[in-house]
Design a protein around this ligand. Structure first.
Ligand SMILES: Nc1nc2c(ncn2[C@@H]2O[C@H](COP(=O)(O)OP(=O)(O)O)[C@@H](O)[C@H]2O)c(=O)[nH]1
Ligand SMILES: [Mg+2]
Length: 262
């Protein structure tokens, strides 16, 4: 059973890609760990680029959330642009003890707005699907940014939440906001479902379909989710297929060239 290619037939309207961006060391990986149902990690490991896939079975429906931990791509603008174009929801993270990391979020917000605006019909500008985490709220003594300074810098562009990946504070609200942007049910929040092994998840969705699904869907079952241990970031080619409209094609080809030449 090849789970890498989404043979689980999750409807594409239920599939979303969350791209996580922000300065190094602000807590991006630990926030993702929380979303995946893992524990906080004190030891810092720099991220190169990580890709995660979490699949949900909620109310008889299936959903898939892909998470791209895009690490520090400040020095790779073409790579970052590609990540931005392939994301449909964005989680931007800065740390309350690091003013420069807030400036970086401001720049990312502008870049995402500009990139998405180019792809939209001029008469129908949609709101940018971004949620911002003001992380490390537990570090009272080191805090250098007040709430009102953050509001001033971010403006009305994106909702932000004070969070702590260490204590878990504020993260429920962040996950709920992300779910709302993707039209996902609230049960996608880690506290609202049970994590089950991938094999159990697969048998729930596809094994002996008729009998099990029917029996299961009578009570719809408790919300559950599984993390795909084999998930890899899809190739450039399949990203292109996902967004197979003319404008995307042109931009992708341009970006692909600029990624490979440099
Ligand atoms: N006090 C505190 N430390 C945190 C928090 N989030 C992350 N850290 C620590 O900050 C360091 C960087 O975290 P990490 O998640 O790897 O950041 P990333 O580089 O943005 O992915 C690690 O040592 C974490 O333990 C938080 O909310 N509070
Ligand atoms: Mg990281």
């Amino acid at each position: 059973w090849d789970i890498k290619h989404n043979n689980l037939n999750i409807p594409s309207k239920n599939c979303h890609r969350v791209v996580v961006l922000g300065a190094p060391k602000v807590g991006k990986t630990n926030i993702l760990r929380r979303f995946l149902g893992e524990d906080y990690e004190e030891h810092y490991e720099p991220t190169v680029e990580d890709f995660y896939r979490k699949m949900f079975h909620i109310g008889g429906e299936t959903y898939q959330v892909d998470l791209l931990d895009a690490a520090s791509e400040k020095d790779f603008p073409a790579k970052r642009r590609l990540s931005i174009l392939t994301g449909d929801i964005f989680l931007l993270v800065f740390s309350l003890d690091d003013r420069e990391s807030l400036n970086e979020v401001r720049e990312l917000l502008d870049e995402i707005k500009a990139a998405k605006a180019k792809l939209q019909k001029p008469n129908h500008p949609a709101k940018v699907p971004v949620v911002v985490c003001a992380n490390k709220a537990d570090l009272d003594a080191q805090r250098v940014l007040s709430n009102s300074e953050v509001v001033d810098i971010l403006g009305e562009d994106a909702p932000f939440f004070e969070t702590s990946a260490k204590t878990g504070a504020g993260l429920e609200a962040v996950f709920a906001a992300l779910a709302a942007l993707g039209g996902l049910p609230d049960e996608t929040s880690p506290s609202r479902h049970q994590i089950i092994p991938i094999l159990t998840y697969q048998s729930l969705c596809v094994g002996k379909r008729g009998i099990r699904m029917r029996r299961h869907s009578r009570g719809l079952g408790a919300p559950c989710a599984a993390v795909d241990p084999l998930a890899r970031r899809p190739s450039f080619a399949s990203d292109l297929k996902r967004h197979n409209s003319g404008i995307y094609r042109k931009i992708f080809i341009f970006l692909y060239k600029s990624c490979t030449v440099t």
